[in-house]
Design a protein around this ligand. Structure first.
Ligand code: ATP
Ligand code: MG
Length: 573
């Protein structure tokens, strides 16, 4: 997929907004965006959407997109998460760029800005724009009030800067317990926007930070930290999800204070004022996306890890065989809007099929094997088949064929139903690319299960068509018994049985886990597949798209994950 293509969905309001600013010279010549994940989990398809918007807009305008780890919240953050986030973004096809705050271009840690944030806070205090407050959490809520009625001022609201500076430094120096004091911006206790009623901007937390250890016991709040990070990095356009729309006036307030303090970046003579705009988050049916619930699925063992192919995480989708191009195409098709909606995973699967149909090599694999013996077939031959009928340059492959082949149990019926055109007693079927066989009988075990299907072949039909021109309707795939390779195949289905697993709230979602979301079978596959590379994707003819599992495959013994079935009824609007 060409992500610079000008599809209708990419002509969205964010793009127009950036276009105008850029044209008016407000970017100082460079559009700068950022993707700001918190390194407290793995990124999922929702984050992938934000990644595509943030990196996509920067690319469209020839600008920069920074990768900023928003590590201002000391708990639950780790370098393992951070490394995986980087890996996933690169895999999705994006690369951060710009100056960076260390050795790596375009890469920032918000925690590297703690010193500056602290200095900005002190300056707010000196200017009478912030004060230390020791209301309890409950009192603070009660004083703040409801949007319809002005709130009440904290008794600390009009205290003098010197006292506040002293207490703030004592907070920093560890003199107080968590929650005893906080620093609040002095804005407007009567504002109808509750976030404007003297919001907390620093709080005490005696918790070690994964990079800075115990250097700090006070940490900035998101609403204070985020605009500072954007401004210090020279970000021009800061895009986030809709729930932050009501926080925007506060974002602007912080940027104004930085301007007063002379802290805005100047690029090509233009003072860069970062601006925030919001778009609807991506919601997908048949799954959950909150990091907390994904973590619960992992820790309670409902899935095999963050990269379980049933997870909506980027690493899970990768292991499932989804392609970066299909994920980007999906994000593009969902589009950028201001209205919350839910997307069907069938659209993503459709995008995956579209791409794999063009690119995946064809192979034959029999997932539910039963042996077919061709009584009058002598010796061994090879069938030459195209690797991809849609792509001549993919070349041909040779597939061994002899007297015994595996076929899929579902391709034979002892008593055929009305519209069943495949193999049945006394009927003919085409073994794809090889020849026509006719069923002469079956052998069964003690339980009546068919163990062997006996056939004869039409010796004039080599290549697949009878010499007398008679019609043979059914064509089935097969794998030669003598050379076929045994392989574990994992058939994945939806993780939940209902489109809205959170219908009873987040406590009840586990009861909608799909007990059949993973079925493991032992299949026989073409010999060529024994040498398949980890992560290589194939179309198993008539069956679906499969990928070589990157974790559990061993040399000569690949494990295959089903990415998607070959078809379903879904068509995008
Ligand atoms: P979660 O709620 O799953 O824990 P989060 O929003 O707290 O996720 P962050 O790491 O803070 O996770 O998110 C990084 C960026 O990704 C933010 O800009 C956020 O708005 C965006 N993002 C997260 N989830 C979605 C989503 N479902 N759709 C679009 N963007 C999203
Ligand atoms: Mg967040």
């Amino acid at each position: 997929m060409d992500e610079t293509k000008e599809s209708d969905t990419s002509r969205h309001f964010l793009r127009q907004w950036i276009e105008e600013d850029h044209a008016a010279g407000r970017t100082g010549g460079t559009v700068v965006t950022r993707f700001p994940p918190e390194p407290n989990g793995y990124i999922h398809i929702g984050h992938a959407k934000a990644v595509c918007v943030d990196f996509g807009m920067a690319k469209l305008f020839g600008g920069e997109c920074h990768l900023r780890l928003d590590d201002t919240n000391p708990t639950k953050e780790s370098d393992e998460y951070a490394e995986n986030i980087k890996n996933d973004i690169r895999w999705l096809g994006w690369q951060w760029s710009g100056a960076g705050d260390g050795k790596e271009p375009g890469f920032y840690n918000a925690s590297n800005m703690f010193d500056t944030m602290y200095q900005i806070a002190e300056e707010l205090i000196r200017r009478g724009q912030a004060y230390c407050c020791n209301l309890t959490q409950d009192e603070w809520k009660e004083y703040r009030g409801v949007p319809e009625k002005p709130g009440r001022p904290s008794p600390s609201r009009d205290t003098d800067p010197e006292r506040n500076l002293r207490i703030f430094r004592e907070m920093r120096d560890g003199k107080y317990a968590d929650g005893e004091w906080c620093l609040r911006a002095k804005i407007d206790m009567a504002s109808p926007n509750i976030h404007f009623r003297d919001p907390v901007i620093y709080r005490i937390r005696h918790v070690s930070h994964y990079h800075l250890g115990d250097k700090w016991c006070i940490y900035p709040m998101y609403d204070f930290a985020h605009p500072i990070e954007d401004a210090l990095e020279g970000v021009t356009h800061s895009m986030c999800t809709l729930e932050f729309e009501v926080h925007r006036p506060l974002y602007d307030w912080v940027v104004d204070r930085m301007d007063e303090q002379g802290l805005l970046v100047v690029r090509n003579g233009v003072k860069i004022r970062p601006q925030q705009r919001e778009f609807a988050r991506l919601n997908i049916t048949w799954t959950v996306m909150s990091k907390r619930l994904l973590l619960q699925l992992v820790t309670e063992g409902h899935v095999a890890g963050w990269d379980d192919p049933r997870m909506p995480t980027v690493c899970g989708m990768r292991r499932r065989g989804f392609t970066p191009g299909a994920i980007r195409e999906f994000c593009d098709r969902v589009g950028v809007t201001k209205v919350e909606s839910e997307s069907d995973p069938a659209l993503l699967e459709w995008c995956v099929r579209e791409e794999l149909n063009r690119t995946a090599l064809r192979r034959m694999a029999v997932l539910d094997p039963v042996k077919l013996v061709i009584e009058n077939f002598e010796g061994a031959r090879t069938v030459s088949k195209p690797n991809n009928p849609l792509d001549e340059s993919a070349g041909m492959r040779k597939v061994p064929f002899s007297k015994e082949v595996w076929i899929d149990r579902a391709d034979f019926m002892e008593v055929p139903e009305k519209k069943f055109f495949r193999l049945a007693p006394d009927r003919e079927v085409r073994l794809r690319g090889a020849c026509i066989v006719k069923c002469t009988g079956v052998e069964k075990d003690a339980d009546g299960k068919i163990t062997t299907i006996r056939c004869t072949w039409d010796e004039g039909s080599w290549g697949g068509n009878p010499s007398d021109g008679r019609k043979v309707k059914g064509t089935i795939h097969w794998v030669d018994v003598a050379t076929g390779v045994k392989a574990e195949v994992r058939l994945y289905d939806r993780l939940f049985t209902v489109p809205d697993p959170l219908r009873d709230g987040s406590d009840g979602f586990l009861k909608y886990l799909n007990p059949d979301s993973l079925k493991t079978v032992t299949a026989y596959v073409e010999p060529a597949l024994a040498a398949a590379a980890l992560g290589e994707r194939f179309q198993f003819e008539r069956t679906g798209y499969f990928v070589v599992d990157s974790k559990d495959s061993t040399p000569g013994a690949p494990v295959f994950n089903r990415t998607v079935t070959l078809k379903d009824g879904y068509k995008p609007a």
